[in-house]
Design a protein around this ligand. Structure first.
Ligand SMILES: Nc1ncnc2c1ncn2[C@@H]1O[C@H](COP(=O)(O)OP(=O)(O)OP(=O)(O)O)[C@@H](O)[C@H]1O
Ligand SMILES: [Mg+2]
Length: 226
């Protein structure tokens, strides 16, 4: 599903944030991306979410080499990805419900409207957002906005979910609500790439880890011994 070969990315001539990184992720896998602040986690996740065009090496998603993918292939790839960025971006004039529904329509889903509505309500309920469904996104707290972004990414039922510190702004209860949802999505087949600083999560839910440091990646299989 994801293949990186000698992938490099730098923002300046001098320093490469990612320096010839190679990594493979199969369909249905769950991968943590770990590393200190500034290690390049968000850079890697943005690359996987096709939000960065300028990089060295090879990046393949769903079997397509991104550098060679046509516009329509790239669109199809993007429709199959749910991305929760570290700095969430909601449409401020839209309500919570509308922001989440937008994730579905942008994904080009043809699922019946009632079904979509039901699915969105279920997500909002699990993320403790039901009472805010008609609130304007502009009035949300940081944690609430982050949960809306998570609901939006999940609502489209993505094949690949890329979540950048999705619990970074959550309290204990909401952290585990979010993790429960992400874990369920993974169990039902969604491939998951999750960047986090939260050692409790990594300890409780042990999965393969990609640890970034000084531009390189170290893979720890199955057990992540943080
Ligand atoms: N647009 C940019 N222009 C220049 N430098 C950047 C840019 N984005 C990131 N960087 C730099 O690249 C490095 C990696 O940043 P990145 O955001 O990927 O780290 P991170 O591991 O996600 O950190 P954190 O845990 O703080 O979120 C940092 O040194 C950062 O300053
Ligand atoms: Mg980051």
């Amino acid at each position: 599903m994801i293949q990186l070969q000698a992938l490099s990315k730098g923002y300046t001539e001098r320093k490469k944030v990612l320096d010839h990184i190679s990594l493979e992720l199969k369909k249905g896998e769950f991968l943590y991306v770990l590393g200190g602040t500034g290690a390049g986690k968000s850079t890697l996740l943005r690359l996987l979410a096709t939000e960065e065009e300028d990089f060295g090496g090879q990046l393949s998603l769903f079997g397509y080499d991104l550098a060679r993918a046509s516009g329509s292939t790239l669109q199809a790839i993007r429709r199959s990805i749910g991305y929760v960025p570290q700095n969430v971006r909601l449409i401020p004039d839209f309500t919570v419900f509308e922001n989440v529904a937008l994730g579905v329509s942008l994904a080009g889903s043809r699922v019946a409207r009632a079904e979509v509505r039901g699915k969105i309500y279920e997500l909002l309920d699990r993320l403790q957002l039901m009472n805010l469904r008609d609130a304007s996104a502009s009035r949300l707290s940081g944690g609430e906005a982050q949960r809306v972004a998570i609901a939006r990414a999940l609502a489209r039922g993505p094949e690949l979910l890329i979540a950048d510190e999705p619990t970074g702004a959550q309290d204990f209860q909401n952290t585990w609500n979010v993790m429960d949802l992400l874990h369920r999505a993974n169990i039902s087949g969604t491939t998951l790439v999750l960047a986090t600083h939260d050692r409790d999560i990594v300890r409780k839910l042990r999965k393969r880890c990609a640890i970034l440091s000084h531009g390189k990646v170290m893979i720890e299989e199955a057990l992540c011994s943080l």
